[in-house]
Every structure is written in C-alpha cells, then in structure tokens.
Ligand binder design. Sequence first.
Ligand code: CTP
Length: 415
Amino acid sequence: MSVLNGKHIVLGLSGGVACYKAAELTRLLTKAGASVQVVMSEAAEHFITPTTMQAVSGRAVYTSQWDGRESNAMPHINLSREADAMLIAPCSADFLAQLAQGRCTELLGLLCVARPMDKVALLLAPAMNREMWAHPATQRNLAQAVADGAVSLGVGCGSQACGETGDGRMLEPEEIVQELEVFFTPKLLAGERVLITAGPTYEAIDPVRGITNRSSGKMGFAVARAAREAGAEVTLVAGPVALATPRGVTRIDVQSAQNMLEIVDQQAPEATVFIATAAVADWRPAAVALHKIKKDGGGAAPQLGLVENPDILARVAASARARSGVLYCVGFAAESENLLEHARAKRERKGVPLLVGNIGPATFGQDDNALLLVDSAGSHELAHASKRELGRQLVVELAHRLAAARGRNPEGVNP
Ligand code: CTP
C-alpha cells in the first residue's frame, strides 16, 4: 500500500503548458489511494479545463475565492484545513513571484498563504521555459518561497514545448508521485549511506555471447527506492537490467562480477549499510575470446573452462568495518527449495547479521515476491506482496535492526 493512501492533496494548477500533465498526475495520485482536490488559477484554465480535472479527480474544481458553494464563503480556509499537503504542479514563474510576495489576489495564492504552515506542507513542481527558469528573478523568488517554508521538487531537463531544450520542464507525473512518497515516508534511515547491488551479472564468453541469469533486478531496485524514501543516501550498483533508476538514487552500471566487485570495493568504505541483492554469476569463462567463436563445421562444441567469481558479499562482510558493526551487511539468498535451512546456512557462511531468503525461480522477473528474514534471533516471514511493498517492509525491518545495533530508537525519528 502506498504511503499516499488516505492522504488528502490539494493540487494547485497555475498557468503553463505542463497543465496537460496534471490530469495524469491526478490519476496516479488517486490510484495510490490519495484524494485530490484541484484548485486552478485563471491562467491554468487556458491550458486544461476544470471539467477534465473534475472528471479525473472525482471532485468539483475550485477556481475562485468567490465560489458560492462553500456555506461560509471561505474556500481558502476550508480547503487548506483538510489537506495533508498542497502541491502546485505546474508552478509557473508568475506563481513563484506571487508566492515570494505572499500575494492573495487569486484563490490559489490565497490558499498557500492561508494554510496552517506547521501542518500542511507546500510542495512546488516548477514548469517554464529554460530562460524563464534561469532568470535571476525566478531563482530569487523560488529561494524566497523555499525560505518561507515551501519545498521545491526541482525541474526536469529536456525538450520544451517552445522548441528549446534545457532545464525547466515540469517533472513527469510518475516522478512527482515518487517525490511525494519520499516526502511522506518516515525517515527511518536518515544519516545512513546504503550501498546496494542488484540484477544479474554478465560474464562474456566472446564479444556476442555470455553467461548470465534470470534476475530482473526488480527486488534490488525496490529496496533502493524504499531506502531513499526512508532518508538514506543510496548508491545502486546494477548489473545489466532494463529498469528506470529510482529518483534520487545514484546508479553505477556494471556488467561482470569482477566489475561489480571493483565498484563495491570503491564504494563500501563510505557506506554504513551494504545490501547484496545481486544474483552474481558464480562462474565466468576462464578466457574471453577476442572474436566471435565460430562453429568448426564438424559438430564439436567449444570447451568452456570456468573459474569461480569472487564472493562480493563475503568479502565485504569480512572487512574490518563490517566486523566492527560500522557497516551493516545484508545478504540475499535465491534458493529453489528448503529456504529456511539454506538461508540459515548461507547467513553463517557469508558472515552477515541479516540474510533474506526467497525462492528464485518463483520470483525472477516477477513484480511480486515473499521474503524470509533470518538473523541471530530466528526467522521472520514477509508475506507475499509486490516487490515495491516488500522493499518498504524490508527497510523498516532493517531500520529496527540498525537501531538495535547502534543503540538508537527508530520510532523517535520524525518523518
Ligand atoms: N553474492 C555475492 N557474490 C557472489 C555470489 C553471491 O555477493 N559471487 C551474494 C549475493 O548478492 C547474495 C548472496 O551472496 O546476497 C547469496 O547469493 P546466492 O547466489 O544465493 O548464493 P551463493 O553464494 O552463490 O551460493 P549458492 O549458489 O551455492 O547457493
């Protein structure tokens, strides 16, 4: 279940072409379980109609402070008191100027000023032409709005409706939803630097062939996203996978187990948590052919000599930082049978405090999974759910174990 489930969002639209994305944004928010109250500036109505926004939000849209539907004639008070957050998307250059000055000439600006600042966050998704975005007045207004308590979600970079290319595009609806999820997630991993390996590795035989496995990387990417939402700095070392990088996560792509080891060796000294979700190939060809191996015409298959790959997790777990508890290591185990028995044995063998077992053939490539957590206290099952959900649950479990290991109380950490 998304952290947005049950949240009430006032979605404000100011004038800009990016208003066309607001309908999709509303759809994604409601799909995540949030209720959305749309408020539009007069300029926004030039780009998308209140009828469309009413249809996708399932609620009548407010456009004027003189709206007669509120019995007390105070939509600016009523709407902001019900909200868990206000999101302005798109937030135009002019609306930033209004915010910086605290102007209340339209309902949207009035709502921002009238909101209870300690309870209702104001999140901004700016959208404008690159020159407008770069203009000192815009940056000054944004800085003032942020100094006054607003949170900027940033802008995207790319081609713009005007035909120019650069910074200033509104974030995509999916990215804005990710940012809202980050905003509402309790920061249980604040201050942690989490290093994660994910996906398969690819061990070349020749320039066109190689040995790999069916790992999709989805579980590792879900853990990375959840750790970032929980306030950690996250570095994701990814084997060859076709997955989008979660927002705010630093991704380093690798191919082989040896590449992965090199990067992990570089990154591990900075990390406080290492989570090895990667399905690292156990063996690689002893030699990589320089050119494509051709059939000899006589039906004889080439003989592939294999050598064992380094065990990345076991190596990190044996480091002085891991043994002293500064670096907390989590292993995964992809098994096909006897999960508890194999997971226990693997935890011992790898020398890690927490080992997460799953049935590999049942989950490779899928969007769901079930996990078995094995630590010194015993075992605990995370029941069948989406990998996204399991990633979040695993982060909560991890936070409790880290807190115990470090003598902290994770419940005391505020969102
Ligand atoms: N692992 C690793 N480097 C390797 C092999 C495994 O870092 N060369 C890590 C995986 O990322 C995972 C854990 O070790 O966290 C267990 O991986 P798994 O493939 O289940 O176990 P193996 O050690 O390969 O043992 P086996 O294949 O015999 O089950």
